[in-house]
Design a protein around this ligand. Structure first.
Ligand SMILES: [Fe+2]
Length: 163
């Protein structure tokens, strides 16, 4: 389950990381089944993407996934090729489901989620991954506040569950 909430963002209002356009590279194909656990609107920072064929055009024209090209892409770069009218925001009532190939569609999510977004993400990743960043990158540490929900504390404070 994923909880996206700008209240916990140390740079709210400034898109960063997965809030910027990118195409997942760690598995080909990589497929997600996204299930909205609450009614979701643009204020929830929905999963946002371009259709696959247009994504591939953007990828080719920007030289994305080529040497020397950054992983994250600005909106200006994407919209220099794609019409913003083609953008699809995954909004809808609770229970709405999206099947998406995140290794084929350029996308971002959790951007400026004024209201918390709760969505279930079921991912298909092949046995052969091309992403080893978890073996050498330091995991981000999220602060735990006294006012945080019990669920958030349970997720962030692993010792809380030890007996
Ligand atoms: Fe992604």
């Amino acid at each position: 389950m994923r909880d996206s909430n700008s209240a916990f963002d140390d740079q709210p209002g400034k898109p960063h990381d997965s809030q910027l356009y990118h195409i997942d590279y760690y598995s080909l194909p990589n497929v997600y089944v996204l299930v909205l656990l609450e009614d979701t609107t643009p204020e929830h920072g929905p999963w946002t993407f371009l259709p696959r064929s247009l994504s591939q055009t953007v990828k080719d024209k920007l030289g994305y996934w080529k040497q020397g090209r950054g992983y994250r892409v600005s909106d200006d770069e994407v919209y220099s090729i794609a019409d913003p009218k083609e953008v699809i925001e995954f909004c809808g009532p609770r229970g709405t489901v999206l099947f998406i190939e995140s290794s084929g569609c350029i996308h971002f999510g959790s951007r400026n989620s004024i209201k918390p977004r709760f969505q279930l993400m079921l991912g298909y990743t092949g046995a052969c991954r091309t992403d080893f960043s978890e073996t050498f990158m330091q995991p981000k540490v999220y602060p735990i506040r006294a006012s945080d929900s019990r669920l958030r504390k349970m997720v962030l404070q692993k010792n809380l569950l030890e007996f």
